[in-house]
Design a protein around this ligand. Structure first.
Ligand code: GDP
Ligand code: IMO
Ligand code: MG
Length: 417
């Protein structure tokens, strides 16, 4: 049986997963999203045109690939329908799991209300309703995409959920939806999405049994994983490779290569510990040069140096066989480049990710900078200092760097293996 290859983010998201999935998708028959929702923002640049994808898998630009939104995703019908409008030939090329959970407008209202009430303890969520939608799933009061086949019953169930939770929602200032309007909205979603809803688990099994090439696309990043990230400053899903099994319904032994995506430096959007954050002019340089502003919320991303300790942790957690190192060109022109190789916590130096990264100070190793890598497509054509940097990162992280990206463009990519 064919094995499915997996793409996963190794840092705090926005590593450049979209570019690599798009790039590799040309060689795959199926591209399947397994976690997250429209908190994700994957940017793809091809032939000078820029696409921002949130729920639609990044394989969509390969006209021959079938795209699957797995059961592990929380799906906002409203946002999904809007996103599909960018493509005119989508029917038969995208399917949604009937077991994926619905993310409805009230989830976003609850998310935003909770963040407001938390004040300076806010997580800095995207405000899209991700936490409340996964919360409803886990506490078994959520609704699945398959329920859109019977909008009337779904509407009644949602109204009764509001009835039960009214005191809580009133306290948070969350509006109870009007029954008539809600039904109309659900009927619209049902009519628009019915052609796409199916049992995607069976589809993926059939694809693997039929020797099709399947690519699994992660969202967010390892350090945002609900169990292994910087809790509570994380997202609400299993972002690591294990999430692909539950989020699509496939067995661990059917996973083939695990390709981890990492930037040549580090960013984080939202609150929470980020030991190698640079608050000075280099951080600002990376933000400007790397255009580090969120695809989903437009927020400026916090920027800093490559964290080799967190990377080693991510390589192990995901079983990464190959790293794609992105945005190397953003480091062009810097005199000195730093890499975090240990943390200092309470006066002690450690080289692993502990229970919490609160208060962890970075211990840096310094590298000599270089002038230009932008647009380079062969490893041997990179400046010697950039080659040295990459070879040292491989040693520090314990995985091979097989792909190096030197611009947003699909073709500015070095393939080493
Ligand atoms: P994702 O969420 O992991 O898919 O990443 P995002 O799309 O949120 O952020 C990555 C950004 O970096 C996008 O704007 C890409 O177009 C851009 N990008 C990807 N690879 C490169 C690269 O090698 N160099 C530069 N300069 N930009 C890149
Ligand atoms: P992609 O797939 C970067 C962050 C939010 C916040 C935390 C929780 O584009 O890499 P949530 O709305 O999920 O409850 O917010 O997670 N976050 C991301 N950061 N890239 C993402 O996705 C993210 N998705 C969520 O900023 O800190
Ligand atoms: Mg992103």
């Amino acid at each position: 049986m064919q094995k499915a290859d997996l793409i996963v983010g190794l840092q705090w998201g926005d590593e450049g997963k979209g570019k690599i999935v798009d790039n590799l998708a040309q060689k795959y028959d199926y591209v399947c999203r397994f976690a997250g929702g429209h908190n994700a923002g994957h940017t793809i640049v091809t032939e000078g045109k820029k696409y921002a994808l949130h729920l639609v898998p990044s394989g969509v630009l390969n006209k021959d690939a079938i795209n699957i939104v797995g059961n592990g995703v929380v799906l906002s019908p409203k946002d999904f329908i809007k996103e599909l409008e960018q493509f005119d030939d989508i029917e038969g090329r995208i399917y949604i799991s009937d077991k994926a959970h619905l993310l409805l407008p009230y989830h976003a209202q609850i998310d935003q209300a909770k963040e407001r009430l938390k004040g300076d303890k806010a997580i800095g969520t995207t405000g899209k309703g991700i936490g409340p939608a996964y919360g409803d799933k886990i506490t078994r009061v959520g609704h699945r995409v398959g329920e859109l086949h019977n909008p009337k019953k779904l509407c009644e169930d949602i109204l009764s959920y509001f009835e039960i939770n009214k005191p809580i929602f009133d306290a948070m200032g969350v509006e109870v939806p009007d029954g008539g309007e809600l039904l109309k909205e659900l009927e619209f979603y049902s009519q628009k999405l019915s052609p796409f809803i199916t049992d995607t688990t069976l589809m993926v099994w059939d694809a693997l049994d039929g020797e099709k090439r399947v690519l699994l696309e992660g969202a967010q990043g390892t350090m945002l994983d609900i169990d292994h990230g910087t809790y509570p400053y994380v997202t609400s899903s299993t972002t690591i490779s294990a999430g692909a099994c539950s989020g699509l319904g496939i067995a661990p032994h059917t996973i083939g290569e695990v390709i981890g995506i990492a930037k040549a430096y580090c960013t984080r959007v939202g609150n929470g510990p980020f030991p190698s954050e640079d608050f000075g002019k280099e951080g600002e340089y990376l933000r400007k040069k790397g255009k580090e502003f969120g695809t989903t919320t437009g927020r400026p991303r916090r920027c800093g140096w490559f964290d080799a300790v967190a990377m080693k942790h991510a390589v192990r957690l995901n079983g990464v066989s190959n790293i794609s190192l992105m945005k190397l060109d953003v480091l062009d022109g810097l005199e000195e480049i730093k890499v975090c190789v240990a943390y200092e916590i309470d006066g002690k130096e450690i080289d692993y990710v502990p229970y919490t990264l609160e208060g962890a100070k970075p211990v840096y190793k310094s590298f000599k900078g270089w002038q230009k890598t932008e647009g380079v497509r062969e490893f041997a054509n990179l400046p010697q200092e950039a080659q040295d940097y990459i070879l040292e990162l491989e040693k520090l992280c314990g995985a091979k760097i097989g792909i190096i990206s030197t611009s947003p463009d699909r073709d500015d990519t070095i393939i080493r293996s």
